[in-house]
Design a protein around this ligand. Structure first.
Ligand code: 6PG
Length: 476
């Protein structure tokens, strides 16, 4: 029951009390904020109350009561599934809101939806922030990385709350105002694109060590644990190491071996690739990671192809220890490139959509709380500190030193994998991207010639300005 004496005093309300919403709200309450939650589902409201213990957390299953709990101007955060549910909630809330109230969409919304919602709400005097939140359930409860975008004034209204609940790295909160419009959700989308890329890169190293070297789950656990204490130090490597320790309660075997090799997706990785393609920017690691999830779903076709193209995978015949060292190094270069793709995309998008993004700030808020947190982000932040306008991380002297050290091992791994017949599309893509990017010469002269040959599309010459056409002769 709502205590009427305390009505109108909650500093923020949350719509959507699924695990993420509930955990964020409890995180706020832990930091001394009086908060309110709304969900249609009575059970969810009850679990909120149960978990809130002595904190000042109020729940409701009724919109007018919920609104009544909030101090004015109201701040209401939405943690509901992206897409239509966000609009439905906004429609439900609007009749109860007043000029100057603030809606914060903290889900994984598409940035174009965020832009249209902001425009729609501005017309009726409601402020709107699109806020990316990363860190999963644990992060939401104990400190996520938060990527807010929208009007600065609106951000200032909830800044103390966001700074209090965000993860901290050396006391710096992993949240900062990123800029206007849909920038928060754009940055979160790219975060997820990088997340897809790194997850797939790691999965490929697993495949190579499992099928190429025949390592047991215990051995895999040890390798990833050692890697997590190296340059590769990151959340995703840490959890990978832990995964190989987990024993299935049902079978008493390693849980990983009981899980189907099919990976679903919510779409954020694909959105990153789509946006990159639209902005004519390369994100091959991310693209391939999305595609490999798509391929994983084609279970029946893969079964058929497996029978049709039988070729047994023989164990790698060389020295295991050096293979693992090469792999570690290859993965590190792959990781550098996954981040390089993501940051290059952010730079171009920032110019295109007038975000005025500070890339150093993005690297800093990704150092803690989020899924792609990694030690490497310190170097990335330093690179953008030195050169805020850096087009591509691969042009930074520190990154290039690292790539010079590791690239040869990436080449070796690509060769081993091809001979073994183990697919490592993202590792291969990172190498091809790297080799293409660092090459002054491109074979695109031939493409120009072909276009001019069949379509008189004209070509440019090395020795003269302007565009030219030639009669290429008869192909038959
Ligand atoms: C995060 C995650 C989170 C979510 C992804 C999963 O940063 O906390 O990215 O947002 O787990 O949306 O995405 P897929 O379901 O597409 O893998």
């Amino acid at each position: 029951m709502i205590n009427p004496h305390k009505a109108n005093h909650c500093v923020i309300g949350m719509v959507g009390l699924g695990v993420m919403g509930r955990n964020m709200l409890l995180n706020m309450a832990d930091h001394g904020f009086r908060v309110a939650g709304y969900d249609l589902d009575k059970d969810k409201v009850e679990s909120l109350h149960k978990e809130a213990k002595e904190h000042e957390v109020f729940g409701s299953t009724n919109i007018p009561d919920f609104i009544n709990l909030l101090q004015k101007p109201r701040a209401i955060m939405l943690l509901v599934p992206a897409g239509k549910p966000v609009d439905l909630v906004i429609d439900e809330l609007l009749p109860h809101l007043e000029w100057g109230d603030l809606i914060i969409d903290a889900g994984n919304s598409h940035f174009t939806d965020t832009a249209s919602r902001a425009a729609r709400l501005q017309k009726v005097g409601i402020q709107f922030l699109g806020v990316g939140v990363s860190g999963g359930e644990e992060g939401a409860r104990h400190g996520p990385s938060i990527m807010p975008g929208g009007p600065k004034k609106a951000y200032e209204q909830i800044r103390p709350i966001l700074e209090a609940i965000a993860a901290k790295v050396n006391n710096d909160p992993c949240v900062t105002y990123l800029g206007n419009g849909s920038v928060g959700h754009y940055v979160k989308m790219v975060h997820n694109g990088i997340e897809y890329g790194i997850m797939q890169l790691i999965a490929e190293t697993y495949d190579l060590m499992k099928r190429g070297l025949g390592l047991s789950n215990d051995q895999l656990q040890t390798v990833y644990h050692e890697w997590s204490e190296s340059d590769l130090n990151s959340y995703l490597i840490e959890i990978t190491s832990c995964i190989f320790k987990k024993i299935d309660e049902k079978t008493n075997k390693s849980l990983i071996d009981e899980i189907v090799g099919v990976a679903e997706q919510n779409g954020t990785g694909m959105w990153t690739s789509q946006s990159a393609m639209e902005l004519q920017l390369l994100t091959p690691t991310i693209d391939l990671a999305v595609m490999m999830r798509d391929l994983s779903v084609l279970v029946n076709e893969r079964e058929q192809a497996n029978d049709l193209y039988k070729r047994s995978i023989k164990l790698f015949s060389g020295e295991q220890k050096s293979f693992i060292n090469e792999l570690q190094s290859a993965l590190f270069s792959g990781m550098i490139i996954a981040y390089a793709e993501g940051f290059a995309l952010l730079k171009v998008a920032s110019e295109k959509y007038d975000y005025h993004l500070n890339l150093e700030a993005v690297a800093r808020i990704w150092r803690g709380g989020c899924i792609i947190r990694a030690s490497l982000l310190e170097d990335i932040a330093a690179a953008f500190h030195k050169k805020p306008n850096l087009s591509n991380l691969l042009l930074d002297p520190t990154m290039s030193e690292k790539m010079m050290v590791h690239q040869e091992n990436l080449r070796k791994i690509v060769c081993h994998a091809s001979l073994l017949g183990i697919p490592i599309p993202t590792l291969m893509a990172t190498l091809s991207y790297f080799d293409a990017y660092r090459s002054r010469w491109q074979p695109a002269n031939l493409i120009q010639a072909q276009r001019d040959y069949f379509g008189s599309h004209r070509y440019e010459r090395l020795d003269a300005k302007g565009s030219f056409h030639s009669e290429w002769g008869d192909a038959t």
